[in-house]
Design a protein. Structure first.
Length: 262
C-alpha cells in the first residue's frame, strides 16, 4: 500500500482513541502486516509498525520505484490541479520528504512546473522550486547546518514530518539526510549497534544526546551542534524545535548517554 495523505497517524491499536506511536508520510510504500478493515497494521520503511486507517492508503504494488521521482525539499510544498497558483486552491499541502512520480517536465515558463502522478493515480502539478529530482546525501557538516532550518517547527508526539516532529523523529530525519536509518525511538537509538559511546568532555557536532532517569529509561534525544549547544524537538516550556545549551541545569541533570554514529 502507499500513503495517500500528507501525514497519516499510526496508532498503537486499531482505534483513533489509542496512542499515536508514529506517522507515515505521503508517497511512502508500506507493508501490510494485518488487515482489520477499516484498519491496517503496517510496517514503514524504517521497520516500524502501527495501525493506520485503510482510507489513508491506496493499493499499489510499488510507488516511485524505477521511474523519476520528485521529493519535497522545502519545509512544505503545495500541489495544484493545473499550472497556476491562483485559479484554484492547492489539492494538497505536503511536508518535507513527501514523494511523487514524475510524468513530465514541460519546457514552458522557464521549466517552472513539473507534472506528477499521485498515489491514487491523479495527475497534478508541483513547482520545481519546491522539489528535488536528484536528492543527494549531505555530508555530516552540511546536515548539522541543515538542521537549523527546522527551528521553530512544532513539537508533536509521534511526529515525523514538518507538520510536527517528536524528538527521535527529528534526529532520525536528520541522519536520513546522510544516508543512515536510525531506529525510530530514542531508547532503541541509544542502544543501536550503529552508534558507539562518545566522551561527554569531547563531544563533536553530530553526536547524539540522550536524556532520562537512566540509560535504560531514555525519554528524550537531541543532536549536539557545537559550542555547547544542541538542537532538539522538545515539549519543554516552548513546544518547538529549538537550540538549547547543554549547560542548562535541566539538561545537565537529565543527560545519561552520548553516542556517535559510526
Amino acid at each position: 500500500m502507499v500513503i495517500n495523505r500528507p501525514v497519516a497517524n499510526m496508532f498503537a491499536k486499531p482505534s483513533s482513541d489509542s496512542a499515536v506511536v508514529s506517522q507515515a508520510i505521503f508517497g511512502a510504500n508500506v507493508q501490510v502486516v494485518e488487515d482489520q478493515s477499516p484498519w491496517l497494521k503496517i510496517r514503514t520503511p524504517d521497520d516500524y509498525t502501527g495501525w493506520i486507517e485503510t482510507a489513508a492508503t491506496v493499493k499499489r504494488d510499488v510507488y516511485g520505484v524505477g521511474i523519476p521521482v520528485a521529493t519535497v525539499k522545502n519545509l512544505f510544498a503545495s500541489v495544484y490541479r493545473e499550472t497556476s497558483i491562483t485559479k484554484h486552491q492547492p489539492l494538497l499541502t505536503l511536508p518535507f520528504e513527501a514523494r511523487f512520480e514524475v510524468i513530465a517536465e514541460p519546457e514552458t515558463e522557464e521549466r517552472r512546473w513539473i507534472q506528477v502522478r499521485l498515489p491514487d493515480m491523479r495527475e497534478a502539478w508541483v513547482q520545481r522550486g519546491d522539489v528535488s529530482l536528484d536528492t543527494k546525501r549531505l555530508s555530516r557538516e552540511e546536515m548539522i547546518a541543515f538542521s537549523k532550518r527546522f527551528s521553530g517547527l512544532p513539537y508533536l508526539w509521534g511526529g515525523v514530518s514538518t507538520f510536527g516532529y517528536d524528538c527521535s523523529g527529528f534526529t532520525q530525519m536528520l541522519y536520513r539526510q546522510i544516508g543512515l536509518t536510525l531506529p525510530r525511538d530514542a531508547q532503541p537509538q541509544h542502544d543501536w549497534n550503529g552508534v558507539e559511546p562518545a566522551n561527554k568532555e569531547d563531544l563533536q557536532p553530530g553526536d547524539l544526546l540522550y536524556f532520562g532517569s537512566s540509560n535504560k529509561k531514555i525519554t528524550h534525544t537531541g543532536m549536539y551542534i557545537g559550542g555547547g549547544e544542541f538542537i532538539h524537538a522538545t515539549a519543554h516550556l516552548t513546544p518547538v524545535i529549538q537550540v538549547s545549551m547543554l549547560s542548562e541545569e535541566r539538561w545537565t541533570k537529565l543527560l545519561v548517554g552520548t553516542r556517535r554514529v559510526k
